[in-house]
Structure formats: structure tokens, C-alpha cells
Design a protein around this ligand. Sequence first.
Ligand code: DGL
Length: 360
Amino acid sequence: MEVPLYLSSRFRAFAASAALMAASAIAQAQQALPNVMILATGGTIAGAGASALNSATYAAAKVGVDKLIAGLPELGKVANVKGEQVFQVASESMTNEHLLTLAKRVAQLAKQPDVDGIVITHGTDTVEETAYFLTLTVHTDKPIVMVASMRPGTALSADGALNLYDAVVVAGSKDARGKGVLLTMNDTIQSGRDVSKNVNIVPSAFSSQWGPLGMVVEGRSYWFRAPVKRHTVNSEFDIEQISTLPPVEVVYSYAGVSTTAVDAVAKSGVKALIHGGPGNGSVADRIVPRLQAARESGVVVIRSSRVPDGFVIRNAEQPDDKYDWVVAHDLRPQKARILAMVALTKTSDTKELQRIFWEY
Ligand code: DGL
């Protein structure tokens, strides 16, 4: 049926104004959404396996950030997202240089008024170390949310998409401000300081002995506690004043341990040696004199424990005051190393270092 000209022109005018109204409504809706930057670094969340049945056999760090975002259109409902590939590594291969590069970029972006929150996709193997480094050195109260996955996106029941969606929800949430660097995994919101990978093959791999800070369910975050240790804007360490990180190594201990590793590390030029001992950070009788010699040569000795939970008590099984050793509090060896590197950019005084280990 032919539409009369005057009707068609009025219809066209109506259609044009309706389109304009719709466009402005969309623009207003987008303006209402938070602006979230997604920085990608690699890992399984960017991994790809040969088949849907490969949940553990795959290549990490293969998929670029733009593809990750394009594969998750739901993100556009909760935030205006932009992606940036900072680097593309399997996180067991992270270096101090990677940490510095990432932290400097995060700090730079956090200063931008058009950035409300930052998500960082990362491998699960060392995300706990990167998260702690960022919480110690990036001075912002904007949400910085790390996210990873235990299965590649190609696998059945892949966990990356929901983890990433949850991370963007949290990064865009005002409630997440001022809580330090966070990690969203498996519906939980974890403190970047406290969280560790405790299982190496399941989506519920990450936990903290002090519990999660909150949960994310169907695009909404629920909070139950906040960190008490110093972080981000309350930290005395600032990535903008750090250009290099001093060498710090970990020596793992066990029944029958020889002096080979501790001697080699002590003489390698390290500024600090983290001793990952059994129990309450125990030190074998044949290792004590090696650590004392290391201390006398100027190496800072820090007692941590290989036991996942609890915390090392000063002067309990070792006379730390007498030996001038530092205890790592509740930090596992890998996290104690991160704090030691950062702290040593400011001081090598053991009393100051012990204060720092109590406070961070
Ligand atoms: N290669 C490991 C990593 O990049 C894969 C583990 C993962 O990301 O889940 O940390």
C-alpha cells in the first residue's frame, strides 16, 4: 500500500526524532556506566586448548585483549571498557621488569579522570605476587582488580568469562574503592595481599586464610570486610619513585636440607634471603650458621614458613633479636620476597624492615 507523501514525510520526521531520542538515551546510559580499562598480560585466561576437553592441556598467553573483550559482549552492559595489551606472558615467566612496567602503566592510567577502574588479566601461577606488588606501590583508591582463569576459554566449563565479567563489575563499583588491589575468581573477591593459589587444577583454586573480602553474584558485588594492612594510597612505597628492584631470592627448606642452596644464594649478590622453613619458619641446625654468616656479610635474612597458613612468631623457635633476623609475619615466601624487594628500595635497617613486615 502506497503511503501518502505528507504521511511519509511526517513518519520520516517521527522516525528521525525517535532515532535521535534512542541515540541520546543510549549515550546517556553509556555516560552513566563506569569507564573500565582492561590491561592484559597473558595467562590461561588468554589461553587456547586443542579441544573443549582440554581443561589442563593448552597454551597460555595466546589470545589478545581485543578478542577477550569481543568474546564477552555482556561487559558493555556494566561498563564502557577499553583494552590494552601490556605484554603477553605465561605468568610463571614474569620478571621484576614486567612488574615495574605493569605497575607504572596502572599508576599512569589511574590518574586519568576518564578511568574509573582498572582490570588486569593475568596468569594464575603468579597473580598473587603481582597483586601484592601493585597493592604496595600504586597510589590510587580507584579499584584495581586482577583476574585470571584456571581453564582456557576453549574448554568445557571455562571460568574465564565469568571471572572477567565479575572483575569489570567490581572495577566499576564505588564500593570497591579504597580496598587495595583485588582479585576476582570463582565468584569471590579476594584481597591481593592475602590471596594465594592453593589448588593447581580447579576453578576454586584461590583463597586466603583470612577469607574473601566479598562475593560477586549476577553482576553485583557484596562486601563483608575490608583489609587492615597498609596499601595503595596509605603505602609509603610509590611506584613512581621505584626504577629497579633489588635482588631477593627464596631458599626452601625440608628434612635433610643441605647447605648447597643457602650458600649459593647468600653469595649471589642478593640484598635479602627469604628462608622458607617448615613449621614456624624453623631453621635446621646446620643452616643457622650459614644464615648468620649471610647476615654478617650484609644480607638481610627473613624467616618465612613453607606452611601455607598461620604466621611466623618472632623469637619463638629462633632468637631473631640475637641473630638480627626479620620474620615475614603471615606472608608466604613468594609474597615475603615481593615485600622485601619493595621495602629494600627504601631501607635495609632490620628494625625498619620488621616494622614494614608487621604493617604491610
Ligand atoms: N602458565 C600459567 C600462567 O600463565 C597458566 C595458569 C593460568 O593462568 O591459569 O600462570
